[in-house]
Design a protein around this ligand. Structure first.
Ligand code: GAL
Length: 511
């Protein structure tokens, strides 16, 4: 009898434990698994500069920024001048002890017009040199083929809305694999296609600045990007995998969507919001070759209410579904923040965001950052990683971006250290939960061109002086902290009462 009671008690206690909300879980003083990879990330347009050098063609971001629409009329013409200073950048990474560097390749350096017949060897050479420099310093390259800088000449004929872009992208990927693939073993086809399609073709905040049909164009853009991704993946799989033995996937951005209340309507709304954002791309690739069921239902319902004969969400053919399903070797995840989501019917106008019938808010108690959209919510990353584990059958996963901005670029960036401490600790907790997280990549190596916000929002582990033509770099405290974290591979276990202790949000607490 006593044994039965003990068992019951144990069961009750373990249930209580699992009921602890992620936000209340204590800091985990523990190391990462020995294989864990630590890196930093950048993107071509944000750091390279040299926008028209050595045969490079014009991209949509060159054109967009030259139109004067960026904060302070900033452009990426010089940016961090990494085109010339890449060796210095590699030394900054070497000093931190990172295992890998995630960078992106500018399509317009390789094919200035976007098309294969415009091949530019000088542009390819820049990346060959960068990759060689990384190799000489024992840093593993992780290359993104597309981080938003579409060749302008392809945009002139419709860009991601014209499905002829698929073959041009495939040709570009093929050429890059063939020339860099002996040394690059980790590939990402696209960075955050959600941003390309919604910010670029839905609300015009990003290049190419289109907003004519926000209830149609973002869906067409995504449809073409998903098919382009699948073509590039198969090209690698068919032509290069056997000899080059690398891995290739896509990087998707996702916020954690926390239900505003525990009502079933709000829980369904939060799930729907995650499916509309992450599932839009992840469901076809990681599940069944098709869009999430709830997304198909909602867009169809809204389209019908408009009197349209067919849904605004395009359909994949059966052959396309087969081509798309399973085109991944791991899950690439960019994550920054969390929102509350409540159910709210909304048919005020026709757009991708109104199709979802949701209301999105944030908690006023969450710490702010230098970016209005980025609230500091470390536990959201653990919740998201667990959601991905269940939804997509626990794929190997790399966090390919995570980081925080400020406005002043201070070198004593304790705020950023707290952010990383809190978020990275939640990656560790997720690994303890059984999530197959294999690596973490901090955004960003350098302060850089933060898209629409120009140089006013700084995410760097290193400060860059954009007023100095030499663009000197300076190490921030966060880079020194990151070096220690990498060296320890996490946190030492608590040995006695005097060991440093952390609040779940990453702040060091005393006593
Ligand atoms: C990501 C993007 C990066 C960087 C970061 C911070 O969405 O991939 O290029 O800008 O956000 O906003």
């Amino acid at each position: 009898m006593a044994a039965v009671l003990q068992l019951l008690l144990l069961f009750a206690v373990s249930n209580l434990c699992s009921a602890v909300h992620h936000k209340d879980a204590p800091f985990l003083h523990k190391k990462f698994p020995p294989y864990f990879m630590w890196g930093t990330a950048t993107a071509s347009y944000q750091i390279e500069g040299a926008w028209n050098v050595s045969g490079k063609g014009e991209s949509i971001w060159d054109k967009f920024s030259h139109a004067g629409v960026i904060h302070n009329q900033d452009t990426g013409d010089v940016a961090c001048d990494s085109y010339n200073k890449y060796k210095e950048d590699v030394q900054l990474m070497k000093e931190m002890g990172v295992t890998h560097y995630r960078f992106s390749i500018a399509w317009t350096r390789i094919f200035p017009t976007g098309k294969a017949d415009s091949y530019n060897a000088a542009g390819m050479q820049y990346y060959k040199d960068l990759v060689a420099e990384l190799k000489n310093n024992s840093i593993i390259p992780m290359a993104t083929l597309y981080h938003w800088d579409l060749p302008q000449q392809l945009e002139d004929v419709g860009g991601w809305l014209n499905d002829t872009v698929i073959e041009h992208y495939r040709d570009y990927a093929d050429r890059v694999f063939s020339e860099l693939g002996d040394d690059v073993k980790l590939w990402l086809t696209f960075n955050e296609p959600f941003v390309t399609c919604w910010l670029g073709y839905g609300i015009a905040v990003h290049a190419p600045g289109k907003y004519e049909k926000p209830g149609v164009d973002p869906y067409i853009c995504a449809h073409n990007i998903i098919r382009s991704h699948a073509k590039a993946w198969h090209t690698y799989d068919d032509k290069y995998r056997e000899s080059q033995r690398g891995k290739i996937s896509i990087t998707l951005d996702a916020d954690w969507k926390e239900p505003k209340t525990n009502s079933s309507a709000d829980r369904a709304a939060a799930e729907r919001a995650e499916q509309f954002k992450l599932g839009w791309f992840a469901h076809p690739i990681y599940k069944n070759g098709d869009y999430p069921k709830v997304m198909k239902e909602f867009v169809a319902k809204k389209s019908k209410a408009q009197g349209l004969p067919v849904s605004r969400l395009p359909q994949f053919t059966e052959a396309e579904k087969c081509m798309i399903k399973g085109t991944y070797d791991f899950f690439g995840l960019n994550h920054y923040t969390t929102q509350y989501v409540a159910d709210k019917e909304d048919s005020s106008y026709v757009s991708y965001d109104k199709d979802q019938d949701i209301d999105v808010t944030v908690d006023p108690n969450w710490a702010s950052s230098g970016s209005s959209w980025l609230k500091v919510v470390p536990w959201g990353l653990r919740s998201l990683l667990n959601w991905i584990k269940y939804e997509y059958n626990n794929p190997d996963l790399y966090v390919t971006e995570n980081g925080v901005s400020d406005k002043n670029g201070t070198l004593n960036d304790t705020f950023r250290i707290n952010f990383y401490n809190g978020y990275i600790n939640n990656v560790l907790k997720a690994i303890d939960d059984g999530c197959n997280v294999k690596g973490y990549t901090a955004w960003s190596l350098l302060d850089n061109f933060e898209w629409r916000q120009g140089y006013s929002e700084k995410f760097g582990l290193h400060y860059v002086d954009f007023d100095d033509p030499d663009r000197p770099r300076e190490t921030k405290d966060s880079a020194k902290w990151f070096k220690k974290l990498i060296n320890t591979n996490g946190w030492e276990e608590l040995k006695d009462a005097s060991s440093p202790k952390y609040h779940p949000d990453g702040r060091l607490v005393f006593g």
